[in-house]
Design a protein. Structure first.
Lengths: 508, 423
């Protein structure tokens, strides 16, 4: 033990710049010894007020302007001022270099916790997980956001605040349906964006016009022209479809749709990996700081403070508690990563039966494998162990609106494990929680109306807001828009229709 | 490699102020309504602080496609303490634990108002938006007793504190180059000559000595050019520009007689406080004269006006006479924009009301820009109202009467009286 000669890395409650540097260096050393692979990072000290600013802009350092961000700011501010909520200790941005915000009022021990959590935990997750690799380009995002903000303020100057605001409203209404779930997005690059943007404007416009060519073609009179559907395959990415095919949008409007879509796509992996990502970061701050404590670099007092905060974060209230609001992703994620290590290092008979691939193998290899290749849904389906289900005392309840009472489907027992795991995994499947709405048809030869179709899953209806959203779709599309609903039996009925007859406002 | 730590605390704090402004702009209608409600509820003194504003959450929701209630869903919960597979549970009612939690808010149903706090400035901006004193004209570029000091270039004389270092040094540098330039050119020539002489073998000693001497002399001359000459000095020049201001005076005339019960007095005071706040905020230079009356009128200061509790019978004309006298004595009408706001319950000694009308039409209305009368009563109009009504014909934009029945009317009436009118 080197306890005697080593320096403590946390001195007193107040943090100093030197203290932060020292803590970061120590944490970096331990992280390296565990083989964590991270982007470079940068720590930024901010005030509570700036933290609220960051909240409003979804944590991004630059963002375009929109009233809804102002609304979120006011909301956060008033809740914070009334003491209804605390602010997060940190925000971390998936960029290269990775940016971690530290709040000035944190104590030194908390800063160390935050550095380990954000700058090493989340950071390595961003770098390693396949979804982030595939969907986001950490080196380009900040540039792209700057591009987006400048482009939008240009638009505001040229076309007026109102016009841009209306357009953004409409795009935001569809932002959760603006994601390619299955296709891979090409990487973002500022240079390329700028270069192509004008070219694209001109080109797109000609393409769209081609689509709406209405002059009858003589030689084809005999052929049944109208049989061909457009789009040939239903399209799940509504914003993409609108960007490419909405007949009346101006080129700059298409570009704005694209910007909202791209940014939405960028955040999609974060929604898909909440449990894994938070669990991973929590696991690593816990492990890194405990290692430092064992080396004698962290005092007992600081460690107690860290643990107190850690335990708050990973607390899972039971279903009948007043504080219960669903499963705490920190708690579940942290427990699962710990469990994977336990299964690797000290498996019992049950683990060997359930996880033959993990049991007894190097835990770091197992970690890397799990971190790289999964998202919440598959991670839970793959790695949630019976032991954890028992520890959490999980049970599944079925709510069927045709029954008067709820029914307990499965609990943490031998018959229930698989079903329980399956159901919990389903809960994290964004495909299930967001309604499945696709572009079904465009009446190319008729009134140019757009038909969306909602494929009903487990008889769940759409919420009452769909009328309002449809109005926004109609605004983008420029002609009538219909929303149909197809239930499991294949029966289709019309849910709502918005008629607009917005002729292109000619530029006078 | 050491980590990069950036201290952002000094950076701009109000990154969101643009977004905040956009939000307020967009929901101005709802916010103004909320502001009006707020004023009906609470004292005006509180207005000087920000105001907590609630607007219906439904109005400002951002709609998206979500699932609504109904259908079939499975949810996994932690902390099982009593259930076995196959158990039936009563559906929890309302927002209890269990299904549907978190969905309610997405439906946009059953949400509380969206509550936030406006800063004092934001609040008052909205509060007094589109209000103005009517008929405010520059009767005369009033007494010039205000000067503003503005920059006006540079001068060559002045006091040392006003020296403009940059300008002075720039001038000095130019002068040094201008004067020293010929010397430098000569110097370069001589030096070149000296080098060529030195290159010769054997060097011409005399020539070298002569050249060296000349170089010395030139260098000394160049040295002698002063670095800064008094001639270079430049002083920032500031001049006084007269600030013409429009002079305006507002007379607040309030009835404090016995018929005005406490509630009515409160309403009158709130009306005047609103007026006072508005004048203070939107007009830098405006005088306010407070007059209160029962059977006799007296001029009082702000504090007494708003806070004293005197009472008695009612003779409105006493106040109008005082008003006229003050105008004549202190506010010669050709120089001043004169405004009057009068509040009363309209209850007057019967024979006095015609006197009031005459006073108004004969001697007061010709002098003033605008006269607003507010009657605070929830019953039938009183005799003063009837008399005043006769005056209205042909005096649009000069004479206005309004009634306030309850506290909620104060702000709308105020807005109506001082609405910005298109000229």
């Amino acid at each position: 033990m080197t306890r005697k000669k080593s320096r403590r890395m946390i001195e007193g409650a107040d943090w100093t710049l030197e203290g932060l540097e020292l803590a970061d260096a120590e944490i970096a050393r331990v992280a390296r010894s565990y083989g964590l692979d991270c982007y470079r990072h940068q720590l930024e000290i901010i005030t509570a007020e700036q933290m609220m600013d960051a909240y409003a802009a979804i944590g991004m350092p630059v963002y375009y302007h929109h009233w809804s961000f102002g609304k979120h700011f006011l909301e956060t501010e008033s809740r914070y001022k009334r003491g209804q909520m605390g602010l997060a200790y940190e925000i971390v941005i998936n960029s290269d270099p990775c940016i971690a915000y530290l709040m000035e009022e944190n104590t030194m021990a908390m800063q160390a916790l935050v550095i380990a959590h954000a700058a090493y935990g989340h950071n390595s997750f961003f770098k390693g997980n396949h979804l982030f690799k595939q969907w986001t380009s950490a080196d380009a995002i900040i540039d792209y956001l700057v591009f987006a903000r400048n482009y939008l303020s240009d638009c505001e100057e040229r076309h007026g605040l109102e016009a841009v605001e209306q357009l953004l409203d409409a795009c935001h209404a569809l932002s959760n349906l603006g994601v390619d779930r299955y296709k891979r997005a090409p990487p973002l690059s500022l240079a390329k964006e700028k270069l192509r943007q004008q070219e694209r404007e001109a080109y797109l416009q000609t393409q769209v016009n081609e689509l709406w060519k209405t002059l009858p073609q003589r030689e084809n009179v005999a052929a049944p022209v109208s049989e061909q559907r457009f789009p040939e395959e239903p399209e799940e990415n509504l914003l993409y479809f609108i960007e490419k095919h909405a007949p009346l949008l101006e080129p700059w409007q298409r570009e704005v749709v694209r910007i909202v879509r791209k940014i939405g796509q960028y955040f999609y992996p974060q929604r898909q990996t909440q449990v894994m990502n938070e669990g991973w970061a929590t696991y690593w701050h816990y492990t890194l700081l405990n290692t430092l404590y064992d080396e004698g670099r962290v005092s007992d007092g600081a460690m107690l403070e860290i643990l107190q905060s850690h335990t708050n974060v990973v607390y899972q209230p039971p279903y009948n508690s007043n504080w219960y609001s669903g499963i705490n992703p920190y708690a579940l994620g942290f427990a699962m990563w710990r469990d994977i290590r336990r299964i690797s290092e000290a498996p019992d008979a049950e683990d060997r039966a359930w996880f033959p691939d993990l049991a007894g193998r190097d835990w770091r290899e197992n970690f890397e494998f799990a971190m790289h290749n999964f998202k919440d849904e598959s991670f839970i389906a793959q790695f949630l162990s019976p032991r954890l289900m028992r520890e959490f005392r999980l049970f599944s309840v079925q709510d069927d609106d045709r029954q008067t009472r709820l029914q307990v489907d499965a609990i943490h027992d031998e018959q229930g494990y698989r079903e329980l795991r399956q159901k919990l995994a389903e809960q994290y499947n964004l495909g299930n929680s967001d309604p499945n709405i696709q572009v079904w048809n465009v009446d190319v030869h008729g009134d140019r109306s757009l038909t969306l179709r909602h494929f009903v899953h487990q008889r769940r209806p759409l919420s009452g807001q769909h009328e309002a959203v449809l109005e926004q779709v109609a605004r983008l599309w420029g002609f009538a828009v219909r929303l149909e609903q197809q239930d499991v039996s294949g029966e289709v009925r019309l849910l709502a229709e918005k008629k607009t007859e917005k002729r292109r406002q000619s530029v006078v | 490699m050491t980590v990069r730590i950036v201290d952002r605390r000094q950076d701009s704090r109000n990154k969101s102020s643009v977004n905040r402004g956009r939000f307020l702009r967009r929901f101005k209608g709802q916010i103004r309504k909320a502001v009006a409600d707020a004023i009906a509820r609470r004292g005006i003194r509180d207005l000087e602080n920000g105001e907590k504003i609630g607007i219906p959450a439904g109005d400002i929701s951002e709609p998206q496609f979500h699932h609504g209630r109904g259908g079939m869903r499975d949810t996994v919960h932690p902390g099982n303490d009593r259930f076995s597979t196959g158990d039936q549970i009563e559906r929890p009612s309302g927002g209890g634990a269990g299904q549907g939690k978190g969905k309610a808010s997405k439906d946009g149903e059953g949400l509380d108002d969206f509550v936030f706090t406006l800063t004092r400035d934001e609040f008052l901006d909205i509060f007094f938006e589109e209000l103005a004193l009517p008929n405010l004209v520059k009767r005369q570029l009033a007494r010039i007793d205000e000067y503003k000091r503005v920059r006006a270039g540079y001068t060559q004389t002045g006091v040392p504190t006003n020296i403009s270092i940059v300008r002075t040094m720039r001038g000095a540098a130019g002068r040094r180059i201008a004067i020293g330039g010929p010397y430098s050119r000569e110097l370069r020539l001589l030096q070149a000559e000296l080098e060529s002489v030195l290159d010769e073998v054997p060097a011409n000693e005399d020539e070298v000595r002569r050249l060296q001497h000349e170089i010395e002399v030139l260098k000394a001359k160049r040295q002698a050019i002063p670095f800064v000459d008094p001639f270079d000095l430049r002083f920032s020049n500031r001049i006084r520009v007269p600030q013409p201001s429009t002079q305006a005076v507002m007379f607040c005339v309030m009835d404090v007689s016995g018929s005005m019960d406490e509630a009515k007095k409160q309403m009158a005071k709130r009306f005047f406080m609103l007026l006072y706040l508005f004048l203070n905020r939107n007009y830098e230079k405006i005088e306010v004269v407070f007059i209160r009356h029962h059977t006799a009128a007296e001029e009082v200061d702000e504090d007494a006006f708003f806070h004293s509790r005197e009472t008695g019978g009612t003779i409105v004309s006493s106040a109008l006479k005082l008003l006229r006298d003050v105008i004549v004595a202190r506010y010669a009408s050709s120089l001043w924009n004169i405004y009057v706001a009068q509040a009363s319950d309209g209850d007057n000694w019967n024979e006095d009301s015609p006197v009031c009308r005459e006073l108004l039409s004969e001697s007061i209305l010709p002098l003033v820009q605008y006269f607003a009368y507010v009657e605070i009563t929830d019953g039938e109009p009183q005799n003063l109202w009837e008399e005043y009504s006769k005056l209205q014909a042909g005096r649009d934009g000069l004479f206005a009467i309004q009634r306030i029945a309850q506290a909620g009317d104060i702000y709308p009436v105020f807005r109506e009286l001082f609405r910005r009118r298109m000229p």
